[in-house]
Design a protein around this ligand. Structure first.
Ligand code: HPA
Length: 270
């Protein structure tokens, strides 16, 4: 373990009374409500954790939460870091390395994304089954610290068995849930009509500004990943309407209970 990571782990371990999380959760924009379902044991502010980047967005409260959800010991990141905020890819993905070092065996990720697929309407959910990285950077660039392979395989970055379980849960709960490809862009500007068109042509079903860096590092560390998007707006070039961050958050908040249901049930079933 690197000296920096070791320092962070030592700080955290001193404050969580031997709590050993089994899985990690990263909550996306407008999707922090899952936290209300957690039986909280410990909370640490990002700003107090050595070497932890601080979330700059006001709607991100920036806390690492330890507790129980669906009968499992979990650690949840309330407030995620985005590349567009100016952090490096290494900073954004440092918490994934921290959670892995704390012992997690699965990573769950949520985000808000724009729909590119005309069949996937605003307010619905999409389980991510693959991604395209258009963030023109990679968290694994640089010297390999040997905690994973130099050239990690990406043939199945999202666990097929977790996807299958989630699809079954959604069907049981009668929640309309799609499956598709997430394209990661830098942001923070949203897409032009031509960009939405392009992202659809290259194979995207949804577009967002997060998730892929964390998923790359999780795969590098051999952590199975489950990721789900709430589709908060429709990037359909012919009928494109202006979209604001307030609207994105409002739609995310509305769809959140369904997403929380799927995630909690999935975690319970593990
Ligand atoms: N584009 C990029 N990121 C997003 C969008 C979008 O349309 N919606 C939510 N996050």
């Amino acid at each position: 373990m690197s000296k920096i990571l070791n320092e962070t782990i030592e700080y955290i371990n001193k404050r969580i009374d031997g709590f050993k999380p089994e899985l990690g959760i990263i909550l996306g924009t407008g999707l922090g409500g899952l936290v209300n379902e957690i039986e909280v044991a410990h909370q640490l502010m990002y700003s107090n954790i050595p070497n932890f980047p601080i979330s700059t967005l006001e709607f991100h409260s920036g806390k690492l939460i330890f507790g129980k959800l669906g009968g499992k010991r979990i650690v949840a990141m309330q407030g995620r870091l985005h590349y567009y905020e100016g952090y490096s890819m290494q900073q954004i993905t440092f918490p994934v390395k921290v959670m892995k070092a704390l012992g997690i065996q699965h990573l769950f990720v949520s985000n808000a994304a724009g729909s590119l697929n005309p069949a996937f309407k605003k307010g619905s959910l999409m389980i991510i089954n693959d991604h395209i990285n258009l963030q023109h950077d990679n968290p694994l660039r640089g010297i390999n610290d040997e905690s994973g392979p130099r050239f990690p395989d990406m043939s199945e970055p999202y666990s097929k068995s977790l996807i299958k379980m989630a699809v079954e849960i959604a069907a049981q709960e009668q929640i309309s849930c799609h499956e598709g490809v997430y394209v990661a862009v830098v942001g923070p500007s949203l897409e032009t009509k031509s960009e939405y068109n392009y992202l659809r042509i290259i194979g995207g079903d949804a577009v967002g500004m997060s998730t892929v860096p964390e998923v790359i590092v999780a795969n590098y560390l051999s952590l199975p990943v489950f990721a789900i998007s709430v589709l908060t707006d429709e990037g359909f070039p012919d009928v494109l309407k202006p979209v604001s961050i307030e609207e994105i958050i409002e739609v995310a908040n509305r769809a959140e209970p369904s997403m929380t249901k799927i995630l909690s049930a999935l975690i319970q079933k593990l």
